[in-house]
Each structure stands twice: as structure tokens, then as C-alpha cells.
Design a protein around this ligand. Structure first.
Ligand SMILES: Cc1ncc(COP(=O)(O)O)c(C=O)c1O
Length: 398
């Protein structure tokens, strides 16, 4: 096996690691897929924003660009990471709230249809949002049962999608296994049945090349604080395909999604286009770090980011095979079907987590017994991956 030192020395993206804030005492950060590290530039940027823009421009800032920031950054994200032409992506709210808006809007656009198709292993928030809306409206959920070490395939989706399906909701990359779904084929299956397809892109945005326009995706949303490094609680993003925008009405009617917010008029008329998906005052400070990361991904190129991501996860799998023979790989072996993280299961992993954190080795834990090694390509070194797997092996042996 090639050593981590050799891999880091040959890594064309190694220089970018120095752009992130150092965390004292952390020797291996493998949770960038839950919370990306901050760029040093973002520390400066947010400080400058507070002093000069907020502090200096005060309320005038809204007229000088802040109000357009959710759509402006949305367009940048669409171009750099989502394969989306301008006017289809907006930043705002949490993923949970955006899921609620999109699911409700999609159901209203398919009147008479009574079923929602969703993966039983979806991230909890996706399931809870769908369960709440289904209960409210007397709709039926058609659960797709997937292998937790893999994810939703076109064949499994096709078993549940039918003439009553209003909407399908799946994750482009499964949060536990890292399985990359065939977004294009599954979307086509939904369309063939007359349904809309909504995708949760939380674990692919910024790390797995995505072509929403070309794949015919209707709706999508995802987190801004994972591979987009927006920071804790950073706003999420949503995508609504251009042709659908005039037919969709989202349920959280707020003034900043209305056609003329500053007229303060009676009755709600939605703004045209993607702006109509907004609700209240956009969380500006939370978008700034995300914008810095999108610019960095743009300068590096998403294909180069993906190439390093594949190299990192391949190395992690090799190390686990060699050093953790009793652990079970709970992610796809085929890197073409694997996103930016690798999950390994072992009955003793839960007890290891506090010790790992004490030693500055920070992976993620997913119940009941999975350690998730999340490698954010621009900030993670091969040495961190090796150190983490060796430490896990050492603790298991001890
Ligand atoms: C796949 C997926 N969807 C949704 C969420 C939740 O997003 P939020 O807390 O921003 O609503 C997460 C959070 O980790 C996630 O992994």
C-alpha cells in the first residue's frame, strides 16, 4: 500500500489544506461531511462584513446588495456545483424547512395523486417532514426498503412508483453508506409515472459532480454547512427547475417571497421566478463563508475535488481492509457509487468514540455501530485518514 506521506506529497490539491483554520489538538478531522472547517479567508470576510458592511452601511446594506445575495450566491452554487443555469437556485432557511416547502408545493402541483415515495433509510428529517405532511393530508407513504450499506436503486424505486405517485424524495448520496444514487434514471422513473422528483443533495453538494438541469431533476435541496463549509446552522439551498417555477406555490407565504415586499400591501402575490420560494429575511452572515467555499471549489474545479475525494475514500477502504479486519465496510466498494464518506461498522465503535475525541481524532458516529469517515477533499490529508484508522485499530486491539 502506498504510504500516506507519498499520497500527500503527490496530491495536486495538498496546498489548499493550508487555507483552513487550524483546530488546536485535532490531529485527524474526518467529519467535514457533517460540519466543514472554516476557511481563514471567511474569518476575515465575516469580520470585515460586521465592521464595514453591517457596522458601516447599517440598514442601507439591504438596498446595496444584501437582498439579492440569496439568489446571487444561489446562481454561483448552481454553476459551480449543481449543473444549474441561473435563476433556479436560492439560499435560505434550513434543509428541513426547504424540504417542507418543496414537498408541499410539489403535492399541490399534482392534485388527485395520493402517494409519496421515499427511502426508509433517508435522513430522519426527510422522513419526518414527509410523515407530517402525509398525516396532515391523508396521503400514503410508499417506503422503499434499501440495503443500509447501499442505497436506492432504479429497480427498487420502480417497485414503489406508480400512477398515484405525486412525488419521490431520495438522497443523491446516502447519509449513512455514502451510496451515490442514479439521480437521472430515478428521476426518469418518477417522470414516466407523471410524478415530480425531489432530491436531497446534502451529501453531494460541493463534492460529487451534479447536473440537475441535464438530468431533468424537478426539485432539490441540501445543507450549506457540510462540503460547502458555511458554518454551523448556515442556510441551505434549494433548486426549482425553471419550467416548474410558475406552477409551484410554496406554503410559507412571507413578505420577501412576495411580488412587492416594500409596498406592504394586502394579500399575498408570490414574486415571479425562484424569488417566490423565499419567505422571510435572508440570513446574510450565514451565507458569506459558503460563498467563499463555492469560490474556492470554482477555482479548483469540481472534477479535481471529486478525483481527490475518490482517492481519499479508496485509501480509507484499503486501510480499513488491512487494519480493521473485524469491521464491516458499510459503504459501496465501487468508488463510482461512493460519495465523499466511508462508513465502517463494528459492535465496539460506540465505546471508542469518546477516546477518539480525547486523542483529537474526530470521525462521526452513526447508530447503532457505524463510524463514518467523512473526508472533505480540500481540507483533509491522507495522513489524517491513516492516523484515524490506525488509532481505531489500536484502540480495538487494546
Ligand atoms: C441528508 C440530510 N438531510 C437533511 C439534513 C438536515 O438539515 P437541517 O438540519 O439543515 O435542516 C441533514 C443533516 O445532517 C442531512 O444529512
Amino acid at each position: 500500500m502506498t504510504s500516506a506521506g507519498e499520497l500527500d506529497a503527490a496530491d495536486p490539491l495538498a496546498q489548499y489544506r493550508g487555507l483552513f483554520v487550524e483546530a488546536p489538538g485535532v490531529v485527524a478531522y474526518l467529519d467535514g461531511n457533517s460540519l466543514g472547517r472554516p476557511l481563514t479567508a471567511s474569518v476575515e470576510r465575516v469580520g470585515t462584513f460586521l465592521r464595514q458592511e453591517w457596522g458601516g452601511r447599517l440598514i442601507r446594506g439591504w438596498d446595496e446588495g444584501w437582498l439579492d445575495l440569496p439568489l446571487h450566491i444561489g446562481d454561483e452554487l448552481g454553476r459551480v456545483a449543481l449543473g444549474a443555469a441561473p435563476g433556479q437556485v436560492a439560499i435560505g432557511d434550513s434543509t428541513t424547512v426547504l424540504l417542507y416547502k418543496l414537498v408541499r408545493a410539489a403535492l399541490d402541483a399534482r392534485p388527485g395523486r395520493t402517494e409519496i415515495v421515499i427511502d426508509r433509510d433517508s435522513f430522519p428529517t426527510d422522513r419526518y417532514v414527509v410523515e407530517g405532511i402525509a398525516a396532515d393530508r391523508g396521503l400514503t407513504i410508499r417506503w422503499v426498503d434499501t440495503d443500509a450499506s447501499a442505497g436506492v436503486t432504479p429497480d427498487l424505486a420502480a417497485l414503489r412508483v406508480g400512477p398515484s405517485t405525486a412525488l419521490t424524495l431520495f438522497s443523491s448520496v446516502a447519509y449513512r453508506s455514502g451510496y451515490i444514487a442514479d439521480v437521472e434514471r430515478i428521476t426518469a422513473i418518477a417522470h414516466a409515472a407523471g410524478a415530480l422528483a425531489l432530491w436531497d443533495l446534502s451529501h453531494s453538494a460541493g463534492v460529487v459532480p451534479t447536473s440537475l438541469d441535464a438530468w431533468g431533476v424537478d426539485l432539490a435541496t441540501g445543507c450549506g454547512y457540510k462540503y460547502l463549509n458555511g458554518g454551523p446552522g448556515a442556510p441551505a439551498f434549494l433548486y426549482v427547475r425553471q419550467e416548474l417555477q410558475e406552477h409551484l406555490r410554496q406554503p410559507i407565504q412571507g413578505w420577501l417571497g412576495s411580488r412587492a415586499p416594500f409596498e406592504m400591501g394586502q394579500g399575498y402575490t408570490p414574486a415571479a421566478g425562484i424569488r417566490g420560494m423565499l419567505s422571510g429575511t435572508p440570513p446574510i452572515v450565514g451565507m458569506l463563508a459558503m460563498q467563499d467555499m463555492i469560490a474556492l471549489i470554482d477555482s479548483v474545479g469540481l472534477d479535481a475535488v471529486r478525483a481527490k475525494s475518490v482517492a481519499l475514500t479508496e485509501y480509507a477502504v484499503e486501510l480499513c481492509d488491512e487494519l480493521l479486519p473485524d469491521a464491516r465496510l458499510a459503504s459501496p466498494r465501487d468508488s463510482a457509487r461512493r460519495g465523499g464518506h466511508v462508513t465502517i461498522d463494528h459492535p465496539r465503535f460506540a465505546e471508542l468514540m469518546p477516546v477518539l475525541w480525547e486523542r483529537g481524532v474526530i470521525p462521526d458516529f452513526r447508530r447503532p455501530n457505524g463510524i463514518r469517515l467523512g473526508m472533505s477533499p480540500l481540507s483533509t490529508s491522507f495522513a489524517e485518514v491513516e492516523l484515524a484508522v490506525r488509532t481505531i485499530a489500536e484502540l480495538l486491539a487494546g
